[in-house]
Write a protein that binds this ligand. Structure first.
Ligand code: SF4
Length: 352
């Protein structure tokens, strides 16, 4: 399923753990013009196929006035001849969600809001330099629901120093009490990650158990949803569908072997800097199929892997199957849920 990603690299402040490209800046007019220009220049990107999803990510797109966001959404609809996208996601900070902003986003065509919640513990939120409080999250969810946005996702973080198992369990309970359709959970990386892999694994496994009990299906290493609420846009990344990424630091893929990305530099982007392009080799395409596909619960169809590569990885694959790290059913292979925490390592064994 083809999709469009738009990067809004603006934040009101920077969170301590964040690696995404964004700057604390609020003059976005020239940037929005550059986005519309880049969309127009890529009107033939999908070669006649209509993109089904639109994703406004960041940064903090919810920081921008709706009139600016609307310019980009309208341009995408017009340029690609789409009346309404099947899924239109907006990333939002909870403190930007009000009954009024939620209503305007819905009117603009947004069908799904993904909120960076991270924790329900105010002292952790403060330490992370998040702008919102735990109480604002429930208010935000209520405002989104009242505005008619029926697909709400929340992000949580685990595996950081200072997060006890009890606090993590409490975060999961509070997330579930809001009944979001979708939950994404990421392990803290970098200097604030907890030094004990064992603790990180046990928090991951606890999350899997609690969400499964509550009726959420884990469909990817970090993503869970109620039935029918998988992120269609992100699923396109994992099954290597074509996507056009516009904005500073945004990546595009033609669905075959061309990858292209813009520089992570707002000024250069506004100045019209050309993107960098790379054409993947056969081997790199195979590695991507394995790396991305094995992140998902549906896994990889071995028929997508050429016979000579399958032959080369056979000893490692047979070993992984024997030891229960990979399950095989007909031509499909997948990593069982109990091993998803070490999926990168497992995939690494298959790459020859
Ligand atoms: S608001 Fe999001 S993008 Fe901005 S610094 Fe925090 S985590 Fe990163």
């Amino acid at each position: 399923m083809a999709g469009i990603y738009v990067h809004f690299p603006f934040c009101a402040s920077r969170c301590i753990y964040c690696d995404f490209y964004s700057r604390v800046r609020s003059d976005w007019t020239a940037y929005v013009e550059a986005l519309v220009k880049e969309l127009s220049a890529n009107g033939d990107f999908f070669k006649g196929v209509s993109p089904a999803t639109l994703y406004f990510g960041g940064g903090t797109p919810s920081l921008l006035p709706v009139c600016e966001l609307k310019k980009v959404a309208d341009a995408a609809r017009e340029i690609f001849g789409v009346a309404e996208f099947e899924e239109f996601t907006l990333e939002a900070n909870p403190d930007d969600v009000t009954p009024s902003s939620a209503g305007e986003w819905r009117k603009m065509g947004v069908t799904r809001v993904s909120m960076g919640v991270q924790s329900f513990d105010d002292s952790h939120l403060k330490w992370m330099n998040r702008r919102h409080t735990s109480a604002q999250v429930s208010e935000a969810v209520e405002a989104l629901r009242s505005a008619g946005i029926k697909n709400v996702s929340i992000d949580l973080i685990f595996g950081f120093t200072g997060l006890s198992d009890g606090q993590w369990d409490d975060n999961i309970s509070k997330a579930l009490s809001l009944a979001p359709e979708h939950i994404s959970c990421y392990q803290m990386t970098g200097r604030y990650s907890h030094p004990s892999e064992e603790l990180c694994f046990s928090q991951y496994a606890h999350l899997q158990d609690r969400l499964a009990e509550a009726g959420y299906r884990q469909y990817e290493v970090s993503n869970y949803c109620l039935e029918g609420y998988e992120s269609r846009h992100n699923s396109g990344y994992w099954n290597r569908s074509a996507y056009l990424g516009v904005g500073a630091a945004a990546h595009s893929f033609d669905g075959d072997r061309l990858r292209r990305w813009n520089l992570a530099d707002i000024d250069k982007y506004e100045g019209g800097a050309a993107p960098i392009e790379e054409s993947l080799t056969d081997e790199e395409c195979i590695e991507e199929i394995l790396m991305l596909g094995l992140r998902t619960a549906s896994g990889v169809d071995l028929n997508l892997i050429p016979a000579d590569y399958r032959e080369k990885m056979k000893p490692a694959l047979d070993h992984m199957i024997r030891t229960g790290s990979i399950l095989k059913s007909d031509s499909r292979i997948r990593i069982p849920s109990g091993k998803l925490f070490i999926s990168d390592w497992i995939v690494g064994q298959l790459i020859v």
